[in-house]
Design a protein around this ligand. Structure first.
Ligand SMILES: [Zn+2]
Length: 134
């Protein structure tokens, strides 16, 4: 079913979709070719996915981050860094991913991939609707 969203993902997807309004993250400029991505939908639409698309890590200050990697049309890797400030459900998101991975006996990477696919689709589907609202 191509149009179905995993109900467990939905609230996280909706919140991700709002990240595009975050002034700290967008517009995003590619340091290599100078291309500017105005917002999240623009970024998702005009870049290509990479295998290691979404990763969690904790820096030396013990602040939890999540990176999203995409490839610019020039071939450079672009990374967007989320913290809990940008995305308040970050802890709960990774918890949900871990649970889903256990329950469905799939590797975390695969669950993240599924989430990403649904999330990107949701954001692109809602892009037109949103631009009419504003
Ligand atoms: Zn570029």
């Amino acid at each position: 079913m191509k149009d179905a969203y995993n109900p467990k993902f939905l609230k996280y997807i909706e919140l991700f979709a709002q990240i595009g309004d975050n002034r700290r993250l967008f517009p995003k400029k590619c340091r290599t070719c100078g291309k500017v991505y105005e917002n999240f939908p623009d970024y998702l639409h005009n870049t290509s996915p990479l295998a290691h698309g979404l990763e969690e890590f904790t820096n030396s200050l013990n602040i939890q981050h999540t990176m999203q990697y995409r490839q610019c049309s020039c071939g450079s890797t672009l990374a967007i860094l989320f913290t809990k400030e940008d995305y308040p459900l970050l802890d709960s998101f990774w918890e949900m991913i871990g649970k889903e991975s256990k329950e469905t006996r799939r590797p975390v990477r695969e669950v993240v991939g599924e989430f990403r696919e649904q999330c990107n689709r949701y954001i692109l589907e809602n892009r037109d609707k949103k631009s009419q609202d504003s």
